[in-house]
Ligand binder design. Structure first.
Ligand code: TXA
Ligand code: MG
Length: 350
């Protein structure tokens, strides 16, 4: 199969493919999703196969209008309605109780009695959903194990030949996957299962107390959101987190590797990059996460930076990546960076 890159004006081709049970990658504000008709179990199975994704990991269903929820979920609670009014369309996924156990194919829900929904903030993708006449599953459109795609070209690198087309909507503005909030248990507190650009603090301003899980589960534990499994995605090149943001510690770390002939990638803001580049070492390759120390900008460019540095030739020996304090959006950023690095932190030699 030849995978087509479709421009927005070619959306009819994407609509046609979805209606025929085909796979179309679509842009969202977070990352690109791999779309298929959520009510067609064969199409959904093909999504898992194209990604090489374990099928115990349930999918998010994407809608273009709140009304599209109604056939699938129990009556909407006031809290859910407030969240939808405030944050949709946007990077927030809500977990609802399924209306009936067979309201959606079990390949979508992983056999759970709950289902994840989100309304993406990208008009062309809402148009795709609307015109297809069905709701769409949309896991990130990467091969399982790779960082999520934030450009159409990332999707092409991973899935070319395996899917019908990719709707090119340019670069994703948020850059990491949506915040997943479980509101399915009406007697308990809403719980963040995956941190994202919408923070705990923002959610609490709208609906009051929210609890956070979000910890990295070890291999013996059954995760609540299966996608939280440890080291879910990462580049092939080892990634090491730089705990300190002082220029001297970055210099010490990069020189330590360079001095023994290693090739070093630096993923950091431009203040750090400009300082390190003074060393003029051709074993040093940089990628800018942000013009200054700013977690929102860094989040937007994190996955693109990991992919870029992973594909440098000849291959890098190590990627040193900037950390942020785990508050606000720093929680979501660090969650992804910890997975990419497998938790490896740079320790300065005394
Ligand atoms: O930003 C996003 O959410 C992107 C874009 C394309 O919309 N999509 C995305 O989908 O990240 P995916 O499939 O890669 O991640 C879905 C996450 C997983 O962590 C999964 O375990 C969790 O949502 N999930 C889905 N259904 C669930 C459910 N019923 N209960 C708990 N967690 C669920
Ligand atoms: Mg994913």
């Amino acid at each position: 199969m030849q995978t087509k890159i479709l421009q927005e004006k070619e959306i009819q081709q994407a609509v046609q493919a979805i209606r025929e049970g085909g796979l179309i990658a679509f842009p969202t504000e977070t990352v690109y999703g791999l779309g298929a008709d959520a009510t067609n179990p064969e199409a959904v199975k093909a999504v898992y196969a194209a990604k090489g994704r374990p099928s115990d990991n349930p999918l998010i269903v994407h809608i273009s209008d709140e009304k599209e929820l109604l056939p699938f979920v129990k009556p909407i609670s006031p809290k859910a309605q407030q969240l939808m009014d405030y944050f949709w369309p946007g990077p927030l996924t809500l977990i609802f109780e399924l209306k009936e156990s067979d309201s959606l194919p079990s390949v979508v829900t992983g056999g759970l009695n709950t289902v994840a929904f989100r309304m993406p903030d990208k008009a062309i993708t809402r148009e795709l959903i609307k015109q297809s006449g069905c709701v769409l599953v949309g896991p990130s459109a990467n091969s399982s194990g790779k960082p999520s795609p934030t450009l159409a070209s990332h999707v092409y690198d991973d899935l070319s030949g395996k899917i019908t087309g990719i709707v090119d909507g340019g670069a994703c503005t948020v850059g990491i996957e949506s915040t997943v909030l479980d509101i399915s248990n009406e007697t308990g507190l809403p719980e963040i299962l995956r941190p994202g650009a919408i923070t705990q603090e923002e959610l609490e301003l709208v609906i009051g107390p929210v609890i956070v899980d979000g910890h990295l589960v070890d291999s013996n534990e059954v995760p609540k959101a299966p996608g939280m499994k440890y080291k879910h995605y990462s580049p092939d090149t080892p990634v090491i987190m730089m705990p300190s943001d002082t220029l001297s510690s970055w210099q010490t770390a990069s020189r330590e590797y360079l001095s023994v002939g290693k090739r070093v990638g630096i993923l950091a803001n431009e203040m750090i990059l400009s300082q390190l580049m003074k060393d003029k070492d051709d074993h040093l390759v940089t990628y800018s996460l942000a013009t200054k120390r700013d977690v929102t900008q860094a989040m937007t460019h994190l996955f693109a930076g990991l992919r870029h540095l992973d594909h440098v030739t000849p291959k890098l020996d190590v990627i040193l990546a900037e950390c942020y304090p785990e508050i606000g959006q720093g929680v979501g950023y660090m969650n992804r960076l910890k997975k990419a690095s497998g938790g490896h932190i740079y320790l300065e030699k005394k």
